[in-house]
Design a protein around this ligand. Structure first.
Ligand code: ADP
Ligand code: MG
Length: 312
């Protein structure tokens, strides 16, 4: 266990940002912290890093109690902040020298690490340029490089892909996979479920300052017992077909609209073949599709809310 956060409460004025948050992170995992804006992800990270205090609860990092005075744990941690926090007046390389220096790196080791991280984020050809000339995605990549230059054992990334171009986003997602493959533990926060689904080995779902569910994607989906939905167009809708569909094991409901059938089943019943075979026997199938529930459905079921605001 690299991190343990127990019953963390953080209150701002009359706003409870964290309401008894419990979170554990195991060595070597890529843990996705998934939650809508305002659910407390950044606050949790800042407490975890010892950047801000808490009202109550206990945090340990690498087995040591974490607080705002503990500098030891931070040597082994890297934080990619939600907002890009590089110096606009320093070149990419000078930024890396600065951040590396904060961690006590110097001389040949620092220069070797700088070269390595610049290659890693594919900014070698921009090493001597100032970030003001970079695209948003490149600035984010430099921000990531600054958090990696001291080779942390534990990397925390706070929404590193918000508002960037798809190419930089893919680059960042691939980078996380490579970082994890080297054995670095990663905490990745996002409100994009597709990303979390792609790169994380385990997910904690946050809402209103607490962890409301955790597990692999499959485990979370199994947890909600959500329906699997088959949409089927029959060549001829009949009452007999409807009744026979309703009798198939696992089928919870059949809704008929013209020749369209919407058939909801519990997960894991594996009854798709029986549904199709039944429809074939009663005149034939013009088309069908089967939808698996996804993390968005998990979130909707657990909270009654959508994970992100509709984006324009
Ligand atoms: P997330 O990162 O999931 O979007 P945050 O941790 O930033 O969520 O915020 C959680 C809640 O705490 C929000 O209601 C936010 O407005 C509030 N909050 C965060 N930081 C502060 C602060 N410095 N002062 C007052 N309220 C804050
Ligand atoms: Mg945040």
């Amino acid at each position: 266990m690299i991190v343990s956060m127990k019953n963390i409460v953080k209150i701002y004025g009359d706003n409870t940002a964290l309401n008894n948050l419990n979170l554990e992170i195991r060595e070597g995992e890529v843990l996705g912290l998934l939650g809508p804006n305002g659910s407390g992800k950044t606050t949790a990270i800042h407490i975890l890093c010892g950047l801000i205090g808490k009202n109550s609860g206990e945090v340990t990092v690498f087995g040591m109690p974490q607080d705002t005075k503990n500098l030891k744990t931070r040597q082994q941690m890297g934080l990619v902040t939600q907002e890009v926090t590089v110096f606009k007046d320093l070149t990419a390389k000078e930024n890396l020298r600065y951040f590396g220096g904060l961690y006590g790196l110097k001389g040949a080791e620092l220069e070797a690490n700088i070269k390595e991280v610049l290659e890693f984020v594919e900014l070698t050809d921009r090493a001597n340029k100032k970030p003001g000339t970079f695209s948003g995605g490149m600035q984010r990549r430099l921000n990531i490089a600054c958090s990696l230059v001291h080779k942390p054992k534990f990397l925390i990334m706070d929404e590193p892909t918000v508002a960037i171009d798809p190419q930089s986003r893919n680059h960042i997602l691939e980078s996380v996979k490579k970082i994890a493959a080297r054995g670095t533990t990663v905490l990745y926060t996002s409100h994009y479920m597709e990303e979390v689904q792609e790169i994380c080995s385990r997910i904690v779902v946050m809402d209103a300052g607490r962890a409301i569910a955790s597990g692999t994607v499959d485990e979370l989906i199994a947890q909600i017992q959500h329906e699997e939905v088959v949409r089927l167009t029959a060549l001829a809708a009949t009452d007999v077909l409807t009744r026979e569909l309703e009798e198939i094991a696992g089928v919870q409901s059949v809704i008929v609209n013209g020749n369209e059938y919407v058939i909801a089943s519990t997960v894991g019943t594996g009854n798709l073949n029986r549904i199709l075979e039944t429809a074939q026997r009663h005149g034939g199938v013009a088309g069908f599709n089967a939808d698996k529930p996804n993390l968005e459905d998990v979130f909707l079921t657990l909270t009654g809310k959508k994970l992100r605001d509709e984006e324009a």
